[in-house]
Design a protein around this ligand. Structure first.
Ligand code: MF3
Ligand code: CO
Ligand code: CO
Length: 322
């Protein structure tokens, strides 16, 4: 097995560090759209969530998943050099409210925007702002929609213009690792099998896996107590049963796994400022295997940017046909 790359052997990142821009006011949601409890208070419910969903909840989660995925496809199709992440936020916000959904991130623990935008060395939870995407950037857009009383959560990392080979390979591997994690989901499998499958894709290629942020149970609550690490930890021996719904959302780094938070209290970056990529789906454990709930009506968010390139398909296609 290849050994993990040492930081000292890595070339410097291909762009200057990301710096915070101006954050526009929180976008408003029509009063006719149903809101989650935290929309007013900022504090999500502390009550224990059921882990296994009812048939009605599963139907609702298919809707929420599709709304989030379709919004992600729409936002992703606007990714290009010169657009600001705030403009992408507006596009995602409008896509969700046009579908009758509340953008789940608004006021979630006080988060101010309608999606997360995480550029280059930003790992996750980047706040959309006045920064313009520039040629060679990579940007993760993480969209969560609340509709019919439940959440759907999905993200993809997009290539902005002409991206260097090393960054493009990181993005492709991260997507492949997410699909490898999804592929082992079935009744009888254990939570730790997911992280092991992700690790087996990423680590032999010299990447590191973020440990501080993990996948999560999801349903009528955005984040439930169910934890899905993206690295192998045999202590997570919970056996998967039909009706569980959770996210798989690996964050994978070119350099080391260490993270830091900006003073804004949200933006998470790699300590070594090397780039990080992420993909996310919300999945359901079925009687026979797994169903991806965040499939868009047409296409795949990643294909919006990768169409026509060698990165168009994951190395092992695991996503069921639409
Ligand atoms: N969508 C993120 C996730 O995958 C959570 C964003 S919460 C926010 O879990 F407050 F940062 F928006
Ligand atoms: Co999530
Ligand atoms: Co998310």
């Amino acid at each position: 097995m290849a050994r993990r790359k040492r930081r000292s052997t890595l070339p410097p990142p291909p762009s200057d560090p990301v710096v915070p821009g101006f954050v526009s006011p929180t976008r408003s949601v029509p009063t006719a759209i149903r809101r989650p409890g935290y929309a007013i208070t900022g504090q999500p419910s502390e009550r224990a969530a059921r882990a296994v969903r009812t048939a009605a909840e599963i139907e609702a989660m298919r809707v929420a998943g599709r709304v989030a995925a379709d919004a992600l496809v729409t936002v992703g199709s606007h990714v290009r050099p010169g657009i600001t992440t705030d403009e992408l936020d507006e596009i995602g916000h409008n896509a969700m409210i046009d579908a009758g959904a509340y953008p789940s991130t608004i006021n979630y623990r006080g988060f101010p925007k309608s999606l997360c935008s995480s550029v280059n060395e930003v790992i996750c939870h980047g706040i959309p702002d006045s920064r313009r995407l520039t040629d060679g950037d990579i940007v993760n857009l993480d969209v969560t929609a609340f509709i019919e009383g439940v959440h759907g959560d999905t993200s993809a990392t997009f290539l902005v213009g002409d991206v260097d080979t090393r960054s493009a390979a990181l993005v492709a591997t991260t997507r492949e690792a997410m699909h490898a994690g999804i592929a082992v989901v079935a009744p009888g499998a254990r939570v730790c099998d997911i992280g092991r499958a992700i690790e087996q894709v990423a680590v032999p290629r010299g990447y590191s896996i973020v440990r501080e942020f993990i996948g999560h149970g999801i349903g009528d609550q955005f984040h439930t107590s169910l934890q899905i690490p993206h690295y192998h930890d045999p202590r997570h021996d919970t056996v998967l049963v039909p009706g569980l719904t959770f996210t798989i959302e690996p964050m994978i780094n070119i350099g080391g796994p260490a993270v830091e938070m900006w003073d804004d209290g949200w933006t998470i970056v790699t300590r070594d400022l090397q780039r990080s990529a992420q993909f996310e789906h919300t999945v359901l454990v079925t009687e026979t295997g797994v169903e991806i709930l965040t499939r868009p009506t047409t296409g795949d968010p990643a294909e919006v940017r990768f169409a026509g390139t060698a990165l168009a398909a994951p190395a092992t296609p695991t996503e069921p046909a639409h």
